[in-house]
Design a protein around this ligand. Structure first.
Ligand code: GLN
Length: 542
């Protein structure tokens, strides 16, 4: 039977529970165990596909086309495993399953109640994952914060599992210890309250990961130990670090892996994280050369704060490629709306080694992005377009090179006479009937790479598989005119004859994809297209 490790967060959100969970997984993997992880989002949404990235962060997509929380991306990057719909759960999914079972008389006439039927369904899903993955360890990350109404039923599932499988389940609390400036001291009280609240749900944590700006010292450890009724051995220091990839190494300084294994009466099968240590050493080494990459998007601002979570996989993919090339990544957010208002500002793009235009939806910021693309094309600035970034590159090329002045994407102008990007035929019905959940073209599809292209140079394969999330596509009626004017269709989906990658003649690096390569980049295996982008950017701008 698999062992189960629940991870939940105390005090506040955004303290890196997902990365902590992924790091625990990495450590156990290093000790020779097979690990998988499941993220539970307390939202009623069935999946993350219908959520605004500013509110919820990036929508990550798995091979099987599940639109899920960005933490699944963290798990994939740390564990270097492809995950699936079994690795993601929401309140909506659980309730939907229970209601469907009730309608099918699967409860045999019994009264179906929130407790125990909802937690039972959660447990059923967790166990199903353990069966299909055959993992030695299943990590279960409960979203939200302890004390919230929303995740109570998931805590109840954890409590019930601990009772049902004694010795096979532990609970880890990732808590936060603030160091308020005016006091200048690390405070443990919020963590004490979090543990007390957890106790009132019938759970005593087995380990606490103490997140803070600085390492935990002995007096604080002792305080938590006394007031939370735990051995100080079970309280692990988890200070801020330069790179998230350092976290497993840092946890191991406090022997977290050994402590977890001893809770299950297990011994390490082997003991190394050598490749990972090498990676971290590389990340931390000061590098003279920087790769300055500009990202032109719109999901950055919330009030007075700037968030980058909406593009986390792209940011990570850029970093992976930079480390691989021995340069320091320096990524700057550029607001697309600035360039529409003031085309003088386009000149600032010359300061970058390369420009990325990520995926997106809807009208806002589009004309600014098209200006940026035109500037990169004309000034031979290395350019990487992803999904919406590719579609807008086609619009720009049609307008300014093929002289189809009113060319557009049907998403931007449904009445356009020249829909160079058009809605995919099978999507029309979904849009008409407003069936928006999980109906895009999602997940992994094949792409055939044309020889003698940058793409081929990068992949070195004729056929690759990449992940998708879109409703619109390059309109094949315009393919000939685009090609005649110098656009190269470098990647095609053989099944649908759908253009997956474009490149340009007469430009040193202009490449854009209908798919999302960023989802498959791993720290130790950077994605070929990102690697090629960074390599060319450095060479061309030297
Ligand atoms: N909005 C575009 C489409 O639906 C692009 C989607 C994306 O960038 N993920 O096709």
């Amino acid at each position: 039977m698999a062992r189960f490790i629940f991870v939940a967060g105390g005090v506040m959100s955004g303290i890196g529970k997902g990365v902590a969970t992924a790091s625990i997984g990495k450590i156990l993997q290093g000790k020779g165990f097979e690990v998988t992880a499941i993220k539970i989002d307390p939202y009623v949404n069935i999946d993350a596909g219908t959520m605004n990235p500013i509110e919820h962060g990036e929508v990550f997509v798995t091979d099987d086309g599940t639109e899920c929380d960005q933490d699944i991306g963290n798990y994939e990057r740390f564990l270097d495993r492809n995950l699936s719909t079994n690795n993601y759960l929401t309140t909506g999914r659980v309730y939907q399953a229970v209601i469907n079972k009730e309608r099918n008389l699967e409860y045999e006439g019994r009264c179906v109640e929130v407790v125990p039927h909802i937690p039972n369904e959660v447990i059923f899903r967790i166990k199903k994952l353990s069966q299909v993955s055959r993992a030695d360890f299943v990590l279960i990350e409960i979203g939200g914060t302890i004390g919230e109404y929303q995740n109570m039923l998931f805590l109840e599932a954890a409590r019930m599992m601990k009772l049902r499988y004694p010795g096979n389940v532990i609970f880890i609390l990732v808590s936060y210890l603030p160091v308020p400036k005016m006091i200048g001291e690390m405070k443990t009280k919020p963590t004490q309250y979090a543990v007390r609240t957890l106790n009132s749900a019938g759970i005593q944590p087995d380990l606490i990961l103490a997140r803070s700006v600085v390492p935990l010292d002995e007096p604080r450890k002792k305080k938590i130990s006394i007031f939370c009724n735990m051995s100080s051995n079970d309280i692990i220091s988890a200070p801020d670090v330069k790179s998230i990839y350092e976290i497993p190494i840092n946890f191991e300084k406090d022997k977290l892996g050994k402590k977890i294994l001893s809770k299950f009466n297990l011994k390490a099968r082997r003991g190394d994280l050598k490749d990972w240590q090498k990676l971290v050493k590389n990340i931390k080494t000061n590098k003279k050369r920087k790769a300055r990459i500009g990202m032109v998007g719109k999901y950055f601002k919330t009030g007075k704060f700037v968030l980058s979570d909406s593009y986390i996989s792209i940011i990570e993919a850029i970093k992976h490629a930079c480390w691989n090339k021995g340069v320091e990544p320096e990524i700057q957010w550029l607001n697309s709306e600035n360039y529409k208002k003031d085309s003088n500002r386009l000149k600032e793009l010359k300061e970058f080694d390369g420009i990325v235009i990520p995926g997106g939806f809807g009208n806002r910021g589009v004309e600014g992005k098209i200006k940026v693309i035109e500037f990169c094309r004309k000034n031979k600035i290395p350019f990487l377009g992803l999904c919406f970034g590719m579609q807008l590159a086609v619009v720009e090329f049609a307008r300014n090179v093929c002289k189809i002045k009113s060319a557009n994407s049907r998403e931007i102008n449904p009445k356009t006479k020249y829909p160079v990007i058009d809605v995919m035929p099978e999507q029309k019905i979904f849009l008409k009937e407003k069936k928006m959940g999980a109906t895009m073209r999602l997940g992994a599809y094949e792409c055939k790479i044309s020889p003698k292209t940058i793409s081929f140079r990068a992949y070195r394969y004729n056929l690759v598989s990449e992940r998708h999330r879109h409703r619109y596509e390059l309109n094949n009626a315009f393919r000939e005119v685009l090609e005649r004017r110098g656009m190269i269709m470098a990647g095609i989906n053989p099944e649908k004859d759908l253009v997956e990658i474009i490149e340009l003649k007469n430009h040193p690096f202009f490449l854009a994809t209908q798919f999302h390569p960023e989802f498959e980049s791993r720290p130790l295996r950077p994605h070929p297209l990102f690697r090629e982008f960074i390599k060319s950017s450095l060479r061309l701008r030297n």
